[in-house]
Design a protein around this ligand. Structure first.
Ligand SMILES: Cc1cc2nc3c(=O)[nH]c(=O)nc-3n(C[C@H](O)[C@H](O)[C@H](O)COP(=O)(O)OP(=O)(O)OC[C@H]3O[C@@H](n4cnc5c(N)ncnc54)[C@H](O)[C@@H]3O)c2cc1C
Length: 539
């Protein structure tokens, strides 16, 4: 795996202090989907915003990179709920001025290899249900109850979001109503809820086959997040035409339109707080940008454990609150290039999830205890097969991406080293991991043997380096039931003028982060002021 010179898809404008406007209405730290959505919505309300991104390109986990004539996405494999005029689709259309197009994956968009059995998820509510019934004909009652639970929780999801934008006194008033309206199963663990429906472990495993989309197996995750993801993909998976970097590329003009900026190479070192109020940020070049409204979309761990001074974090109770949440697992990413097209190679528009057996929690626990244990999941995705535009950009080639969980602790000894220069022992460790991952690909697609032209492996240290997550976490905070009950994970903080957005205040996923941006913009300007814009977007 030689390290090749990178050529990159770079969007956003390179930061220089002399390129800053004299005054901004808001400074947004981080240009992921949460930050850019907040920026675009505020811009639509005539705010002038400044988005500061530490990476060389904008987009956060939606960015893509190019190397050796190939192109890969780092944090987007499929997005649901965009095949019809849903609220999700309408929001994407608004933010991107309908420049972003979507390509449907195969009807069987997810395939679960569970031990020696194979199950599929099929697009369409009825089709999904009927397909489950076909695979588990003795479990019709359990499957129908499960579908009912999804519908119930779905109805309550928007309330969960709304609750986040209420002022504390409003929330106290609304609490009894919300408690009454929200199904009790929402905050229970996923496995416990499903186990009440069926004892069939293969069915439970198939229903939970997408656990990797939130990073927690069923005995640890909150049912509400499971339901949110299951509903999100109920009508199939879609891929952004042209690659995931097209998402940010299509949103940035909306920010620029009202004089706003999206700067790259713009690392914020500190959020400046004086007498309980935000007064701006200090950049890594020492420059101070003054602003009384700062929105952090870099995750709460970064915000309260790194960007805010310790004494401020302590004074406002955030240091203590952080003890109730924990970072999600890290991951290994394998990026593969081949010198034939996806069609010639027979690559599908279906994601593969490969599990050693149907007890996902046991597999994860074993793996965390013993690093030589089987990978609890190997996820394989075929971006060039999904993208109808790929061959226009990279003729005659194909790409594959593989994701495998990996704890940050395995890599801690190389912490602080420079990307691309971490030494021979790091390279050897990566090679060992690679040698364990690749057979999973060849087992499912033996025709690829001998055809790999280029491959490289990222680790949680790469995530830390490029995306700024301190423990290389895959999805920000872990989606435990405890996390879901933290009433401080809201857009408004206790520090005057400091706001939060991004995956930590709602859930992970591009759409989760986008909806967090909607919540933050709503909390900032108030429900009444944003409602004409929401009417325009949602009709
Ligand atoms: C491997 C992988 C696969 C995924 N697959 C999917 C998928 O198929 N579908 C899906 O919907 N979701 C997927 N996700 C999840 C999804 O990408 C994320 O949940 C979502 O994009 C997070 O958006 P965000 O805005 O909250 O954060 P991010 O996108 O992480 O944005 C935060 C930004 O802040 C920047 N930053 C950090 N510190 C600083 C600083 N000090 N100064 C300035 N900037 C800073 C970072 O560089 C980053 O760009 C995947 C994630 C991963 C990692």
């Amino acid at each position: 795996m030689p390290l090749m010179k990178a050529s990159t898809l770079r969007i956003g404008r390179r930061y220089r202090s002399n390129r800053l406007a004299e005054k901004y209405d808001a400074v947004i730290i981080g240009s992921g989907m949460g930050g850019l959505t907040t920026a675009a919505l505020l811009s639509a309300l005539d705010w002038k915003v400044c988005v500061l991104e530490q990476h060389y390109t904008a987009g956060g986990y939606t960015h893509s990179y190019e190397r050796n004539g190939y192109e890969w996405d780092v944090g987007v494999h499929y997005i649901g709920d965009v095949g019809a005029a849903t609220r999700t689709r309408k929001m994407f259309d608004f933010l991107t001025n309908s420049r972003l197009k979507w390509a449907a994956m195969d009807d069987e968009y997810d395939r679960f290899y569970i031990g020696d059995k194979v199950f599929n998820a099929r697009a369409g509510k009825q089709e999904f249900r009927d397909n489950l019934v076909q695979q588990f004909p003795d479990e019709i009652a359990a499957i129908d109850l499960y579908m009912q639970l999804l519908a119930q929780v779905g109805g309550a999801l928007s309330m969960l979001g709304m609750e986040r934008v209420l002022k504390p006194w409003q929330r106290s008033l609304a609490a009894p109503f919300l408690k009454w309206k929200m199904p009790k199963v929402m905050l229970r663990n996923t496995y416990a809820v499903l186990r009440e429906l069926t004892a069939n472990q293969d069915l439970i495993a198939t229903i939970c086959g997408q656990w990797g989309d939130m990073g927690l197996p069923p005995k640890q995750s909150a049912f509400v997040v499971h339901a949110m993801i299951a509903r999100h993909y109920l009508y199939g998976g879609y891929y952004p035409v042209g690659g995931s970097w097209k998402i940010a590329e299509a949103i940035i003009p909306a920010v620029n339109k009202t004089g706003g900026d999206v700067f790259t190479y713009a690392r914020v070192d500190q959020i400046l707080v004086e007498e309980g109020r935000v007064v701006g940020v200090r950049m890594s070049d020492g420059h101070r940008i003054g602003c009384d409204c700062v929105i952090s979309s870099v995750g709460v761990n970064n915000t309260f454990n790194s960007l805010i001074e310790d004494r401020v974090s302590q004074r406002y109770g955030y240091a203590a609150k952080m003890k109730h949440v924990r970072p999600s697992l890290g991951h290994l990413g394998v990026y593969i290039g081949l010198q034939e097209t996806a069609e010639d190679l027979g690559l599908p528009k279906t994601n593969f999830w490969i599990y050693p057996h149907n007890d996902f929690d046991a597999a994860v626990n074993e793996f965390l205890k013993d690093d030589s244990a089987e990978f609890p999941v190997v996820y394989i995705s075929f971006p060039s097969a999904k993208d109808p535009d790929y061959l226009n950009r990279h003729p005659g080639t194909a790409t594959i991406e593989i994701v495998v969980p990996a704890p940050y602790a395995w890599f801690e000894k190389w912490q602080g080293s420079t990307w691309g220069k971490r030494g021979d022992d790091y390279a050897a460790f990566k090679q060992k991991l690679m040698d364990r991952i690749m057979p999973h690909l060849f087992e499912k697609l033996p025709q690829l043997k001998g055809k790999i032209d280029y491959s490289e492996l990222s680790t949680p240290l790469s995530t830390q380096w490029f995306s700024g997550y301190q423990r290389g976490e895959l999805y920000g905070l872990d989606h435990t039931t405890e996390r879901l009950q933290q009433d401080w994970l809201t857009p408004k903080t206790k520090i005057g003028g400091l706001w939060l957005t991004g995956q930590d205040i709602l859930t992970c996923g591009v759409t989760g982060a986008m909806m967090s941006g909607v919540l933050t913009a709503t909390a900032l300007v108030g429900m009444r002021n944003i409602s004409p814009l929401m009417k325009k977007i949602f009709g």
